[in-house]
Design a protein around this ligand. Structure first.
Ligand code: KG4
Ligand code: ZN
Length: 364
């Protein structure tokens, strides 16, 4: 095997079309040679969420061009690429098919191995690309489609420690924003409004507080926001801001409380670990209040806190290329050319579904 690996990555599982070239050096370090992402946000904003059919069509019209751009920027010719890595699940089936068909065609025409990658594994291993993190570590994935705490033990070895029994956290932000009349995506809008909020005007429940089960739940909180908002109509800008602040405070306390439990569990499981670490990924990781809480929780528990740059926390193809590189370096088998996309594909195949587990499934 060549001592370094250059992998072309492709990501089309949701509303970002992305291509990247990532280099893995023989010592295990990685370098992003190119990373292009085309967000479809403008396309879906008017609908208040991702429209699968529109997403798939948009992937079709831009993916080829983005791949060309990624190769050109990287300075690596297709003939020198070692493998093609593509998200083959979980996500929106139409988008996955676009990426997968394109990746298969390139792999077949250029006679390169194909690696079908689990999108969640991309999020899980990003910190190894950005920070050279050693196994094991804890991952908090908070996006529009997932709210999970995962023990990352090795490539291909994941234990899901926590998930949500109803809404994903990003989804809760989006729904709260919608019911308060704020823009989509709701997370940034709620955070912005909360900056002008008066603390403690409203007290909302803190989900799962003191619950010994390591689970998340956000739909009750969203309902509490709705009920409070209904009592306050017509909503003034100040009331909206105060409600956003109260919502964010409850979310933050709930997350903090769950994370504290997970850190304790990690410390008990790996007592001799010399640098226990919590990594955060997903769009919600952009939230400053949430980041501050995680930073404080990890500091108190003696953990390191790693937050990859935001463009690598949200959906991108560099993380997919990196998974391909890690797998290839370990000599794990590549995928057959008849590989099928999977709309659902849990990282931890042994994890049982949480009761009432109602995640949107579209985003990861
Ligand atoms: O990871 P991501 O870009 O896409 C996927 O879900 O795959 O995450 C998007 C989610 C949306 O629900 C959005 O509202 C939320 O992340 N988000 C935020 C913030 N920025 C984005 N939530 C809270 N605060 C933010 N600043
Ligand atoms: Zn994602």
């Amino acid at each position: 095997m060549k001592n370094r690996l250059d992998i072309l990555g492709i990501e089309t599982s949701c509303d970002e079309t992305a291509a990247a070239v990532v280099r893995r050096m023989p010592d295990g370090t990685g370098k992003i040679l190119s990373d292009v992402v085309l967000s479809q946000l403008d396309l879906h904003t008017a609908f208040g969420g991702v429209v699968p059919e529109l997403a798939a069509r948009a992937h079709v019209s831009s993916l080829d061009h983005l791949i060309e751009q990624a190769l050109e920027t990287s300075g690596v010719a297709l003939r020198d690429i070692d493998a093609i890595a593509v998200t083959s699940g979980p996500g929106l089936i139409g988008g996955l098919m676009v990426g997968l068909m394109t990746a298969k065609a390139i792999a077949m025409a250029s006679d390169k191995p194909l690696y079908g990658v689990n999108h969640l594994e991309g999020h899980a291993l990003t910190a190894r690309l950005t920070d050279g993190l050693e196994f094991p570590y804890l991952l908090l994935l908070v996006s529009g489609g997932h709210t999970q705490i995962v023990l990352v033990e090795n490539v291909d070895r994941y234990e899901r420690w926590a998930t949500t029994i109803d809404d994903a956290l990003g989804e809760a932000f989006d729904k709260t924003a919608k019911l308060l009349g704020l823009d989509y995506p709701g997370g940034p809008a709620v955070e912005r409004a909360a900056l002008k909020g008066v603390p403690d005007r409203f007290r909302l429940p803190v989900p799962m507080r003191r619950d010994p089960r390591l689970l998340f739940s956000f739909s009750g909180l969203k309902t509490a926001v709705r009920q409070t908002a209904q009592q306050q109509t017509p909503l003034s800008e100040q009331t909206i801001a105060d409600l956003c602040l109260a919502f964010q405070a409850s979310v933050t306390r709930s997350l903090g409380n769950r994370i504290a439990m997970a850190l304790e569990r990690f410390a008990a499981r790996f007592p001799g670990h010399d640098s226990p670490t919590l990594v955060v990924a997903g769009g919600v990781a952009a939230n400053q209040a949430i980041r501050a809480t995680l930073l404080e929780q990890t500091r108190v528990a003696g953990f390191r806190f790693v937050a990859p740059p935001l463009n690598l926390c949200t959906d991108n193809a560099a993380m997919i290329a990196w998974v391909g590189a890690e797998r290839m370096a370990l000599g794990l088998p590549s995928s057959p050319l008849d590989l099928a996309p999977r709309s659902r594909w849990p990282l931890d195949l042994d994890a049982t579904a949480a009761i009432g587990h109602g995640k949107r499934g579209a985003k990861a």
